[in-house]
Design a protein around this ligand. Structure first.
Ligand code: HEM
Length: 406
């Protein structure tokens, strides 16, 4: 595609593009890599280029956080998502000691129980508003229970999450006042959240419990432990990174299945395909559409070289539809087994919560496919969250004839 035909990045912010950003993303991917603003800004959309940048030692998350923060107050509590080695390595290792695959696998019965309860709860009405009645409450309940947040505080916790999520979207397409007001709302939520967690951490220090927060308070590596600020930053990170994203994954997956009845029929006939259907959704309609790095020194981006301090935008969702990796990429095919997607990124910052997100979504798809009687999508009800980065429906009604697990 020539430069003339290349879509503008701001097209992604057009409300008309929200329901289906993939033609714009395809245009950007085909034209990529390309540089703007005299080389200060580079865009990558091809799978191979993005995968290489995510693993490149000069790709900085720390500088990217500082640049993207723009006019807003830079967080006093950076989480390890926005740190580079060696700080990133130390913190991630400590948190990984608490956030273990074993702890996550143990959650499966509870995830099943909550999912069945939510679907049963909606059965009498014969319809389910997928986002508010299933995709939203499940992950927030699980992460709050994991951390050890008392059940009466769950609504406060969910409120912080929604406000913090707004800060995760890139500023282009918004006017500067909007960027600042979103950043201020997120900062206020983060401050309230920190205050709350300071007390909870103190309580766990004196009375350890069987929860993730206690495990993080006690995690030790070569005599090092997490400081209070690091613990708080990690709790905020787990809430934000682990919540809105999973909501998007669950909703995008159910939507894709309802729009492709042949695929839903396949899953119904063989529920063991649920894990593959989750991977296919991550490739086909990524809940995190993009991320960014800043070049620390010259860094190759495909056949370009990003200069020192250039901001490199990585269109993860465009990589999921790259025909160089996925034949017939716009087809939703749950048997594809596309685990090579970049929806959880790659390299040192590969999503720490991927096993949890995968487990939650797999349980939901199994229950949905096997237990929902004659589900029917109400297309007219579908609206999208006005968020460029965290993609997913804001509202989606599914009518059904009842819920019964075999
Ligand atoms: C479908 C759901 C999810 C998606 C698509 C997703 C996506 C991502 C992506 C793309 C990154 C890398 C960002 C970057 O480096 O620029 C990331 C990092 C991270 N995610 Fe997830 N995530 C999901 C669910 C979760 C869950 C459930 C948790 C935990 C409860 C979680 C915790 C984290 C953490 C802690 C990081 C930072 C890792 C690091 O910097 O080393 N995520 N996630």
């Amino acid at each position: 595609m020539s430069t003339m035909q290349r879509p503008a990045l701001t097209d992604l912010a057009d409300p008309a593009t929200l329901p289906d950003p993939y033609p714009v993303l395809a245009g950007l991917r085909e034209a990529s890599p390309f540089a703007e603003r005299d080389g200060a800004f580079v865009v990558a959309g091809k799978h191979a280029d993005i995968a290489a940048v995510l693993r490149h030692p000069n790709a900085s998350s720390e500088r990217s956080n500082a640049q993207l923060a723009g006019p807003r107050r830079r967080s006093e509590r950076p989480s390890f998502l926005s740190l580079d080695p060696p700080d990133h390595t130390r913190l991630r290792r400590l948190v990984s000691k608490a956030f273990t695959p074993r702890r996550i696998a143990q959650l499966e019965p509870r995830i099943r129980e909550i999912t069945a309860g939510l679907l049963n709860g909606a059965a009498a009405a014969g319809q389910l508003e997928l986002v508010s009645q299933l995709a939203y409450p499940l992950p927030v309940r699980i992460i709050s229970e994991m951390l050890g947040v008392p059940v009466e505080d769950h609504p406060r916790f969910a409120g912080w999450s929604a406000r913090l999520a707004h800060s995760l979207q890139p500023g282009f397409g918004l006017n500067p006042e909007e960027v600042i007001s979103r950043a201020e709302a997120a900062q206020a939520a983060s401050d309230e959240f920190a205050e709350y967690f300071r007390e909870l951490i103190a309580a766990r220090r004196s009375h350890p419990a069987n929860d993730l927060l206690t495990a993080m308070v006690q995690a030790e590596d070569n005599g090092e432990m997490l400081t209070e600020d690091e613990l708080i930053a990690t709790c905020v990170l787990l809430l934000v990174a682990g919540h809105e994203t999973t909501v998007g994954l669950i909703s995008n997956a159910v939507l894709a299945l309802l729009r492709h009845p042949d695929q839903l029929a396949l899953l119904r006939a063989d529920p063991a395909l649920a894990a593959r259907a989750v991977e296919e959704t991550l490739r086909y309609d990524a809940p995190v559409q993009m991320t960014a790095r800043v070049a620390k020194g010259a860094m190759p981006v495909g056949d370009l070289t990003a200069r020192d301090d250039a901001l490199v935008l990585l269109l993860l969702a465009a990589a999921g539809r790259d025909p160089a990796v996925y034949p017939d990429p716009d087809r939703f095919d749950i048997r594809r087994g596309a685990a090579s997607h970049l929806a959880f990124a790659a390299g040192p910052h590969f999503c720490l919560g991927a096993p949890l997100a995968r487990l939650e979504a797999t349980v939901v798809l199994e229950a949905f496919a096997t237990g929902m009687i004659e589900p029917e999508l109400d297309e007219a009800s579908l609206t999208y969250k006005p968020n460029l980065n965290l993609r997913g429906p804001e509202q989606l009604v599914v009518r059904f004839g009842g819920f019964a697990l075999g």
